[in-house]
Design a protein around this ligand. Sequence first.
Ligand SMILES: Cc1ncc(COP(=O)(O)O)c(C=O)c1O
Length: 381
Amino acid sequence: MNFIPYGHQEINDEDIKEVVSVLKSDWITTGPKIKEFEDALCSYINCKYCVVVNSGTSALDITVQSLNLPKGSEVITTPFTFVATSNSIIYNDLTPVFADIQKDTFNIDPKEIRKKITKNTKAIIYMDYAGQPCDINEIKKIADEFGLYLIEDACHAIGAEYENKKVGNFADLTIFSFHPVKHITTGEGGAVATNNKEFYEKMLLLRSHGIDKSIQERYGSNATWAYDMKYLGRNYRMTDFQAALGISQLKKLDLFIKKRQKVVTRYKEHLKKIKEITLPQVNCNVNHAWHIYTILLDETIDRNAFFKYIKNLNIGVNVHYIPIYKHTYYKNKFNFDKNDYPITENIFKRIITLPLFPSITEQDIEYIIECIKKAIKNSKK
Ligand SMILES: Cc1ncc(COP(=O)(O)O)c(C=O)c1O
């Protein structure tokens, strides 16, 4: 069996044609295709504004920067996420505070958020783990009560719905990633969705050095020489050929999600019969976008032995995530105590991510299931 990765992009001839057509044009960097991609995202999400950038990490950075919080303010987030989520807090001279997760969805637990609030808390970044929206109503209640900004890290969750409304309409700012393992890709890329005009206008500047003129205004045929740098921004611009890929990919997003949901149904049918495995739970008020599919192994199985065994059979399993406070940088800079995060600790020791992408075949799934059964037998503690 050839190697089956945990995630893979789906690029067809139509996508390639769109990219090539921009490459053959006069304008390849941030230009007309960017606005077209932003408009397409707005109409898909049904939100007012979108700003596309060169990665989900950049999207997080300008999102936090646009809040303009006093230095040292605390921002509450989940420890069970990719490092970029909490790094965005540190980039902006703010302090990350972790709140433990729920044991069934692995999303941040609103009850734990409440416990972490101090007079310095200014914002919450919640992350929709695996593509399942968090308990947004509960998180919003807390934000309203304490006057906090909300950022939704929806890098796993483009196209997901909460109470029949698309993610991108709940928090003050919502971010997405277009990395190749995500639902749709631009190679690297990201976006921020918002319904707030002030944030939108500020982020347009922040993605390009904080300068008040777009690249087209500075280099196009009607360009003048003057511009002003209003904020300390960076170069987070996406190219037009990436945006062309994004526009083409977005047309297929619903189909990709449906295919992912179908794969998950197949996994569930097979895996629910294995007593050593617990399957992820889905709340009834969401439409889960399934970026990743994870299983939990019970205490009789050695997760690392399982991982090694199955990897040797050419299956690209993974672990999402190493809790952020375990990374060297965080250990050196902060004083987080793992005992404050008992659920994260427990889940981290038992979790495995299985391959999930739209074009995975029935034959691949059957092979993966057979290998899981063998791995369980061979990884007993
Ligand atoms: C939850 C989460 N946040 C942020 C990011 C960063 O996105 P990017 O890789 O596009 O910078 C990722 C990417 O893996 C992610 O999974």
